[in-house]
Design a protein around this ligand. Structure first.
Ligand code: GRG
Length: 304
């Protein structure tokens, strides 16, 4: 499929609705349950990966791919792979051994709907399938590009990224409160790394040169932190109806967050400053980056 991603000008509402629909179509095909007894783990994988989230990471893949005219098929395969890794992280994060959460995206968490062992396996299945998807020729005809995607996702999701950040977060619960520098590093690893890979996937698929990649990295860096501050604010100011997950969890666990250290007003101002900085990195793309600009503003104003 070589058709371009979307029409030249597109609103974030339309792009988001299209991304949800197209990503979920791809996820649904990839996660079709086989006939044997192993179907149960596919049901659990589908339950979590197809549950109603924002699909923010797929939207970033699409918006980044659009800059370089990447084929829709390639972008959606990468988007589906990243959403699988995100869904796995939420399943494992909700387990009794971690956050012990009953509610996610307004529904019972995977281990509540199925059982703990099935939820562990569903997370494992989604993580491994993400790499299978990136390794498939449908994602890109050039094996070098597929290898680069696989390697970049492994780094973002592993010990130097999301898994490492989660480890620090768990350890921090039993330590004196982290300072702002330590929280920034933790969040860059835990949520920022996967967001950054989502922003860069289009550039990798397009074999883009260094200059636009550096600009996208700068955008992603600031966006990831703004996203996390907005998440911390929602935990304090949002409701379970809006967010689809329990709120007040950070304060209940005595966790140091951007909001607990800076206060809500300064944290909000910092998030807005980061969005301005993120948007400034996109100047070299001109009008073509309008969707990425809109995504950055959406990230700090969201209520879910
Ligand atoms: C278990 C290896 C492992 C990692 C877990 C990402 C993560 C690390 C934990 C999730 C806990 C959490 C709520 C982190 C805050 C940022 C975040 C990832 C929020 C959820 O992402 P959204 O808002 O969710 O994009 P939806 O549901 O819209 O996809």
């Amino acid at each position: 499929m070589t058709e371009s991603l979307w029409p030249d000008s597109v609103s974030i509402a339309d792009a988001s609705a299209m991304t949800v629909e197209l990503t979920d179509e791809v996820l649904s095909l990839l996660l079709a349950p086989p006939p044997g007894m192993e179907a149960r783990v596919y049901e659990a994988m589908r339950y979590s990966a197809l549950s109603p989230g924002k699909r923010l990471r797929p939207l970033l893949v699409v918006a980044g791919s659009r800059l370089f005219g990447v084929a829709r098929r390639s972008a959606l395969q990468a988007a589906a792979a990243i959403e699988m890794v995100h869904a796995y992280s939420l399943i494992h994060d909700d387990l009794p051994a971690m956050d012990n959460s009953d509610l996610r995206r307004g529904r019972p968490t995977c281990h509540k709907k199925f059982d703990d062992a099935t939820a562990v396996l569903a997370g494992d299945g989604l993580l491994t399938m993400a790499f299978e998807v990136l390794a498939h020729p449908d994602t890109h005809g050039d094996p070098g590009v597929r290898c680069e995607l696989i390697s970049a996702l492994a780094v973002a999701a592993g010990g130097a990224g999301m898994v490492g950040g989660q480890m620090i977060d768990l350890l921090a619960e039993k330590m004196p409160a982290l300072d702002i520098g330590a929280i920034t590093r933790l969040q860059r690893m835990k949520t920022g790394a996967l967001i950054a890979f989502s922003c860069e996937a289009g550039a990798i698929l397009a074999k883009a040169p260094a200059e636009p990649r550096t600009a996208l990295r700068g955008y992603a860096h600031d966006l990831g932190l703004a996203f996390q501050i907005a998440d911390d604010l929602l935990d304090v100011e949002g409701s379970a109806e809006e967010t689809g997950k329990p709120v007040g969890a950070d304060a209940a666990a005595g966790k140091a967050t951007f909001v607990s250290i800076l206060g809500a007003d300064r944290a909000r101002a910092q998030a807005e400053l980061l969005v301005d900085q993120a948007v400034a990195h996109l100047d070299l793309f001109g009008q073509r980056a309008e969707l990425l600009r809109q995504v950055a503003r959406f990230v700090v104003n969201r209520r879910t």
